[in-house]
Design a protein around this ligand. Sequence first.
Ligand code: 5AD
Ligand code: SF4
Length: 446
Amino acid sequence: MSEPAPTRRLYIKTHGCQMNVYDSERMADVLRPLGYAMTERPEDADLVVLNTCHIREKATEKVYSELGYIKQMKLARQAAGQSMTIAVAGCVAQAEGKEIMHRQPAVDLVIGPQAYHQLPELIARTHRAKGERLSADFAPQAKFDRLGSDRNPSGVTAFLTIQEGCDKFCTFCVVPYTRGAEFSRPMDAVLAEARSLAGQGVREVTLLGQNVNAYGGEGGLAGLVRKLAQIEGLDRIRYTTSHPADMDEALIEAHGEVEALMPYLHLPVQAGSDKVLRAMNRAHTAESYLRLVEKIRAARPDMAMAGDFIVGFPGEREQDFEATLQLVAEVGYAGAFSFKYSRRPGTPAANLPDQVAEEVKEERLARLNALLDEQQSAFNASQAGRTLPVLFERAGRHPGQLSGRSPYLQAVHVSAPDHLIGQIVPVRIESAAKMSLAGALALEVA
Ligand code: 5AD
Ligand code: SF4
C-alpha cells in the first residue's frame, strides 16, 4: 500500500493499560494514510490525542489539567497562524464525553474506544465544522473489522488485542461500564494480524484483553495460542490479563505443551480473604486460587506468577489484610501491581459502608509492597548462574549494550552487537537487581 509523505504531525499521550497502548498504535495506523506522522512534541502537533484511563480516582481531573496545558499550545499555534485539533480518547472519553466538551471548549473531538476506526472521518469533519462529537456506542465488531489487519510494528515485540470488555463486574471496577460487554475478535482476523506482524519481523506477541482468557473464538484462548504458535517466526506468545475463573483445563494444558507460550502468567487475585473476595464479587476463594496456581505449576513447573492486589477494600480488617500477605507468601510472585482501593462512583463498592481510612490503606500497601519486592528480588536472584534465552529488543542504555527479555519477562542487559536485535540468544545471567538482570552472551556470536 503506498502512503502519502507525512505532512502533518500527530502527538498521542497514552495513559493506563496495555490495551490503551495498543489502541494508540492503531490510531496512529489509521491516521498514517492521511499523512500523519508521530512527533514527540505536542507543541508541534497538528493533532493531539489524549488516550485516557478511568480506572482509578482523579483520572478525570488529570485529563482536565492536561487539557489545560494543551489548550495553551493550541492558542500559541493559532497565534502563529497554525492550527491544532485536540481529541480525547479512551475510557474517560467514553464515560464523560459530554462533560469534557462542555468543560474544555478547546477539545474538538471526543471518541470512545469502540470508534477509533472512525477517527479519519471524524477529524475531517471537525476540520469542516468544529464541535463534532462522537457517540461511543459502536459495536466492537465494527471497530476491529474496520481497523483491518495491517500493522506497522515499531519493534520485535507487539501487542495484539483479541478481546475487549468484561462481564465479571468486580464490585470495585469501572471496566464493565467503560469498555462494555465481553467481545472476542474472530480467530481469522487475529491470525491475519499476527501473520502481518510476523512478516514484519515481530518475534513476540502479547495478546491483550480485559479478560483475555475468556476469549470466545473457536477453541478458546488455548486453541488460538496453538494456531499462533504455528506461525513462522512468531516464537514467543504471552497474554494478559486473565481472570482465575476463565483459566480452563485446555489453557493449562497448553502451558505444558506449547513451547512458544512463555512461562509468565499475570493472574490477578486482588485479595486473600474470602470475605473480601466475596464482597468484590471475584468468583474465587483464596483456596481455589491457590489450587489453580498449583495446577498451573504442575503443567509448567517454572511458571512465574504475577498478580494484581487491592488493599483497603471497604470492610477489610487487619486479619483480612493478613490473609492477603499469607496468600502472597504461599504463591511467591515474580511481579505484581498493587493498589490502594479507590472509590469509583457508579460501581457497587463505592456505596459500601466501612470505607477504610487513607492512612490504613497507605500502611497496608507499604507492607504488601515490601513483601512483593522481596519476592521479586528473590525470583530475579534465583536466575543468577542460569543460561536463559533472551529476545533482544533494543539498544541498551550504555553503548555496546542491548536490552531484551527473558522468558519470565525480566529485562536483561547484555554487551552484544546491534545485529542481534530481533534474535533469541542464550545469555548467562551474572547478576540480578529488583527490576532487571545482567548477563553475558553464552555463545560466541559472530
Ligand atoms: N481501586 C483500586 N484498584 C483498582 N483496580 C481496578 N479498579 C480499582 C479500584 N477501584 C485494579 C485491580 C485491577 C487493576 C487493573 O486495577 O487490581 O486488576
Ligand atoms: Fe474489572 Fe474484574 Fe473485569 Fe478485571 S475482571 S476488568 S477487575 S470487573
